[in-house]
Design a protein. Sequence first.
Length: 266
Amino acid sequence: MIWWIILAAMIPAPIWILLTLRASTRVWRSTRRLAARARVSEHFRELGQLTGGLAHEIKNPLSTINMNLKLLAEDLEHHDDELHNRWLRRLEAVQHETQRLRAILDDFLQYAGKHELQLQDADLRCVVEDLADFFTPQAEDAHVIMRTSLGDDPICCRIDTNLIKQALLNLMINAVDAMSEGGELIINVASGKDKGIIEVIDTGAGIDPMVLPHVFGVYFSTKSGGSGLGLPTTRRIVREQGGTIRVDSELGKGSRFTIALPLATA
C-alpha cells in the first residue's frame, strides 16, 4: 500500500488514473472469475447429489423387476416344451441385463458417493495379508497363483483401511481378468522416502500403449460389460488419502500398478 502512495506522488495524474483503472479492471475480472468458479462448483455439487439420488431411485424398482423375473423363471421351469423353453431363455437374457445394470449403478454410487474417511494408523503389510487371504480362493479358481512380498519391518500409514482394501481389490480383480489363461498375481509392500508402497503386478497380456493414458478415465473400459468406473474409483480413494497411483505395462508381459501412501508421522 505504501508503494502505491509513493507511485501516486511520482506519476503524472493522467497516467496514474490509467494505472488505477487498469488495476481496478484486473480486480473486477478476477472477482468475476472466482464467482463463476464458485457457481460451477455449486452446480456440479448439486448435479452429483441429483445423479446419486437418481441412481438410488433406479435401484429400488430394478430390484423389484429382478425379483419378479426370477419368480417368472421359476414358473416357466415347470414346463418342458419348446415354447416355454424359448420364453425362459429370453427371460434369462433380460435377467442378465438387469443384473448388469444393477452392477453399473453400484459402481457409479461407489465412484460418485461421498467418502467419509475413517483414518487410522495401519501396517500396510497386515492390510495386504488380510486381503490376499480373502482373495486367494478366487484367484485359484481362475488358475492364478498369488504371491506376496511383505518385508520384515512395519510400514505404517494413516489410512482408511476398508477403502484401501476396496481400491486394492479393484486392481486384483482386474489383474485376474487380464490373465484369462492363468498366471501370477504378485503384491509387494515396501517403504520409500516418506511413503508406503504397494505394487500389484500381473503376468497378463499387458495394456496397449495407446490405451495406457486412458485407463483411469471415467467410463473407459476394455473389458466386455465393464462399467469403466473401477480404476477411477481406485484412483479417487488413493488421492483422497494423500497418495498417488501409476501404471506401467508391457504388451505380452503384464502390468504393474503402484500405489504410494504417506507414512504415518510418529
